[in-house]
Ligand binder design. Structure first.
Ligand code: GLU
Length: 368
């Protein structure tokens, strides 16, 4: 056995440098393959967007209706329900929120979730998800005003825009988002303002959060209330939502409806008052009945916007003549802040799953 002659050290170093330069050049010559687009998961619940004459479109058919979606996302999908939005039940809301929370907990490669919904009560479902999905990644709710059998159906375009928003990292930590008609609105502030027109979803005086343009998703503003990981409602701990009813104030209204809600088992009532808190007819009597029975009453306005401010302090002013009726009212009356009645109802249902302390419920109204 002969021993191989040893190379001098400087010769070895030269060979090593050449090898290194060679591999560097090879790397530069072959550009890294482009990163695959982010994964977006689509959950279909039904609504006009799927309501084709002769049979509703499935989640799969909707997913396949978007030309060019692969440029923006690797889309996965599931059928959660296929009904009009007003047919979704409260247990289904809980199930939908649990499903999205589970998905985010277990599937880290999902960048965002898109939920399709009918538009009639979309703002309620979206606000419920806004308050219960505890992850920085976005939930984007989409729908359409024209059904797939109508000329000018805008469902596939809205869905694709929803997917683009869900895939965009800028959409994180903004709560649930509602995307229709090229506009991005916060689920907290948006409401359906027209029964038929395409430009129906508006955040009124708060304005849109952003837009979906041809080239990119652009955000202009941010909401300031608690969202995402800062929300405190844990759907794994909520078995059922308590009954909360909404009663409207109108000239000469009867308090009997309030009594009926209380006797029917409501744990809370949202009053859509006239102006900033006015009731009418015999509603005062109905409210006294509710307070006696320990039912929480949230004051909101039927005006469409305007903030109902809470009391500065729970301490009565000096020399105040406190009656038992006033004391009861102070124990169960909540100011609805700037929430419209249907959103206040969602928030009160969730608040009542956590506490029956008036000050705590008022805190919740002031923080969301
Ligand atoms: N506009 C209805 C809704 O909000 C949809 C009608 C339907 O899908 O049957 O759900």
């Amino acid at each position: 056995m002969t021993r191989a002659p040893r190379r001098p050290t400087h010769e070895l170093a030269l060979i090593l440098i050449c090898l290194l330069l060679g591999s560097l050049a090879a790397t530069q010559a072959q550009p890294a393959p482009p990163a695959p687009p982010p994964r977006v998961h689509f959950v279909a619940t039904g609504g006009t967007i799927s309501n084709r004459d002769g049979g509703r479109l499935t989640a799969e058919e909707l997913a396949k209706s978007m030309p060019g979606v692969d440029r923006y996302a690797r889309l996965t999908f599931e059928q959660f329900a296929n009904v009009a939005s007003s047919e979704l039940t409260l247990p289904q809301w809980l199930g939908l929120s649990r499903r999205i929370n589970d998905l985010y907990a277990n599937e880290k490669d999902v960048a965002g979730v898109v939920v399709s919904s009918g538009t009639d009560t979309l703002e309620e479902t979206a606000f419920f998800l806004h308050l219960t999905v505890r992850d920085p990644r976005p939930v984007v709710v989409v729908g359409s005003m024209r059904n797939p059998s109508t000329l000018g159906y805008e469902g596939a375009a809205n869905l694709l825009e929803g997917v683009r928003v869900a895939a965009d990292p800028a959409s994180r930590n903004k709560g649930a988002l509602v995307v229709l008609n090229d506009e991005i609105n916060s689920a907290r502030n948006v409401t359906k303002t027209d029964a038929l027109r395409l430009q129906t979803f508006r955040a009124r005086e708060y304005g849109q959060l952003g837009v979906v343009d041809r080239d990119r998703v652009v955000f202009f503003s941010q909401i300031t209330q608690r969202t995402n990981e800062r929300v405190e409602f844990d759907v794994t701990k909520i078995e059922a939502l308590p009954r909360v009813d909404i009663i409207m104030v109108y000239q000469g209204a009867s308090g009997d409806l309030i009594k009926a809600a209380v006797d029917g088992g409501a744990k809370g009532i949202v009053m859509a008052t006239a102006g900033a808190g006015a009731t009418s007819g015999t509603q005062g009597e109905g409210l006294r009945y509710a307070y006696e029975k320990g039912v929480f009453v949230v004051t909101t306005t039927r005006a469409g916007s305007g903030r109902i401010a809470p009391r500065r302090t729970d301490a009565p002013p000096p020399n105040f003549r406190m009656t038992e009726a006033i004391q009861r009212r102070r124990q169960f009356a909540i100011s609805g802040e700037d929430h419209i009645p249907v959103k206040a109802r969602v928030l009160l249902m969730l608040a009542l799953t956590k506490t029956t302390d008036r000050a705590e419920i008022q805190r919740i109204f002031s923080e969301y």
